[in-house]
Design a protein around this ligand. Structure first.
Ligand code: DHE
Length: 545
């Protein structure tokens, strides 16, 4: 069974930071090592270790590796740990064949030196990277094609550094654009005209979907490594601002919505929520836009704080800080779009924020690494409106009641736990028009499970799930073919799945008829390389899930 995110292969992906940019600190107290060895270890550390232990080694989902600790443990201890791993989730880099004994020896010595720090990234660096390719006044006044932009899907092509815009009506690839590397998500502007992608390398690309074909009209790099971007949605501020959160440096940036001109950069460094110790690297995880105030809701991972950033006066941002729990990751709205539910995945909790009253409503236990994506909202036949998350560490599908008005006795409690195909689940999805609840399991070690999806009948939840062999339907030949992230079309009558294969193998998008649960269409095209996240424009703007 998978017990940690590391084991599932989900955490610890290479950092977007170029090791050559790191600044070596002068330090004579660690064991002897050559300049070349130090440079080699720096590179390995950013590629393989920083994702869990943090760029500055202060500990994130992995243990801290600061020199006070590593020097006490010593070279031999560190070598053993790196070689064999640990039950807590540390991979066995030696016995797996990833690193040689010599390389492990170098790493063990490197860890006893002060960490080389990647550079900061402030206004000057942002301005240097900022480009407007087509000025707002030079963009078309009206849509230049007959397609329905609301039903476009922005699809991440993870390993080719691209995104595909696919027309949900015709299933045609409208265009493929070169973006930042390994785009994590797309969020559209409130009007649905612009799409913003954020690469792992912290590059934002802003796409004008009214152009024919749609084009990148502006770009900026807001740091060295990032995962989140969002746009202002409050009435009167539609398309006005964009915000992006960075993993490194730990900060978020608010930009003009039509040009990406950076306006305000705010550091997230500060004290942790529980032990109230200083953390130098609190990464910015999910960001959502409030519908009830001119605010962005920003999850800060390592400090466990949720920031409500009011953008009504950009010159003097007012920020309300809500203490939640450590390692905040992803989340989404309840069906009324008043309550934001977000997973603190390493503390196995779901935090609920009341965006109207600006306070924490509840902190709910959810076992073994809840991972909702944006979650799924359905009406439970017994408990009324619920928000649902699946998990990485077990087969639980957790239902949290979200209606404090008509179902007060159940509100903010776990009212139902279903069991799915297994752990390694990342995303769940439903739609107000649908009677189905879909649960993926792309990181499950069993191929049969990672290549299929479970679907439940909302009206008869305890009847269990039906398994659909999505990867088999795509008929792609060899490869891991993980089936990931269900996403509805605008009408809510089709569900789209990525069949995520290796970079040199064939991948596809499989479209299922939601009513009949039968295969409707397969998008197979050699340009569809490693598809992962898919974002339907309408559903993403309106927060329908
Ligand atoms: Fe994600 C959302 C971070 C690995 C696919 N991912 C998010 C969000 C964060 C995040 C903070 C929420 C953004 C928001 O809503 O503003 N993801 C991370 C990581 O730190 C992690 C664990 C490791 C890493 O180094 O990136 C990680 N994520 C992955 C993957 O391996 C996935 C499966 C494939 C990929 O493309 O890299 C993946 N993450 C996604 C997707 C979403 C996402 C598809 C958006 C889901 C949605 O429906 O909104």
């Amino acid at each position: 069974p998978i017990t940690t995110a590391e084991e599932a292969g989900y955490q610890g992906a290479p950092s977007g930071i170029n090791p050559e940019d790191a600044v070596q600190m002068i330090d004579s107290e660690g064991p002897a090592m050559s300049k070349d060895e130090f440079a080699f270890a720096t590179k390995i550390y950013f590629e393989r270790c920083a994702g869990c232990h943090g760029v500055l080694r202060k500990g994130a989902t992995g243990k801290p590796l600061t020199t006070d600790i590593t020097r006490e443990k010593g070279t031999d201890y560190l070598k053993t740990l790196i070689t064999y791993g640990s039950p807590a989730g540390m991979p066995n880099w030696g016995t797996s064949g990833d690193f040689t004994a010599d390389e492990i020896d170098t790493l063990a010595r490197f860890l006893q030196h002060e960490p080389p720090a990647p550079p900061e990234w402030g206004m000057k660096e942002m301005m240097d990277s900022w480009k407007v390719y087509v000025k707002p006044e030079d963009r078309p006044k009206t849509k230049q094609h007959n397609r329905d932009v609301d039903n476009f899907f922005s699809v991440t092509l993870r390993d080719s550094g691209e995104m595909a815009l696919i027309d949900g009506d015709t299933k045609e690839i409208v265009t493929i654009l070169k973006t930042g590397y390994a785009v994590h998500i797309t969020r559209p502007s409130a009007s649905g005209r612009y799409a913003y992608t954020i690469g792992r390398d912290a590059k934002i690309d802003m796409i004008d979907m009214y152009m024919d074909p749609p084009e990148i009209v502006a770009t900026i790099k807001i740091g060295l490594e990032a995962r989140s971007v969002e746009t202002s949605k409050y009435k009167g501020y539609e398309d006005k601002y964009a915000i992006a959160g960075a993993y490194w440096p730990p900060q978020f940036t608010i930009m003009e919505g039509d040009t990406l001109e950076p306006k305000r950069i705010v550091s997230t460094r500060g004290m942790t929520v529980d032990t109230q110790e200083y953390h130098p690297e609190p990464r910015v995880a999910a960001i959502v836009a409030s519908h009830l105030h001119p605010e962005f809701i920003v999850n800060v991972k390592e400090t466990g704080k949720i920031l409500l950033v009011n953008y009504s006066d950009i010159e003097s941002l007012s920020i309300t800080t809500i203490d939640a729990a450590r390692f905040l990751h992803d989340g989404g709205w309840d069906s009324t779009k008043r309550y934001f539910l977000t997973a603190a995945n390493q503390s196995d909790k779901i935090a609920v924020v009341d965006s109207k009253e600006r306070k924490l409503t509840a902190l709910i236990d959810a076992e073994k690494i809840p991972h909702p994506g944006r979650g799924a909202n359905i009406i439970d036949p017994e408990y009324g409106p619920v928000w649902i998350t699946s998990s990485l560490g077990n087969d639980n599908i957790t239902f949290i009641a979200t209606d404090p008005v008509n179902h007060k006795e159940h509100a903010w409690k776990v009212v139902r736990t279903l069991h799915g195909q297994g752990g390694g689940s990342l995303f769940v999805k439903s739609h107000p028009e649908s009677k189905n609840l879909w649960v993926d399991s792309p990181l499950n070690p069993s191929e049969a499970i990672s290549q299929s999806v479970a679907v439940y009948d909302i009206e008869d939840l305890e009847a269990g799930f039906v398994v659909l062999p999505i990867a088999e339907w795509a008929d792609l030949g060899e490869g891991a073919k993980r089936v990931v992230q269900p996403e509805y079309n605008k009408q809510g009558d089709e569900v789209w799945f990525s069949v995520w294969n290796g970079k040199d193998q064939k991948s596809a998008i499989v479209i299922v008829d939601d009513k009949t649960r039968k295969l409707k269409h397969v998008i197979k095209d050699k340009r569809i390389i490693t598809p992962t996240g898919k974002f339907n424009i309408y559903n993403t703007v309106e927060d329908v899930y």
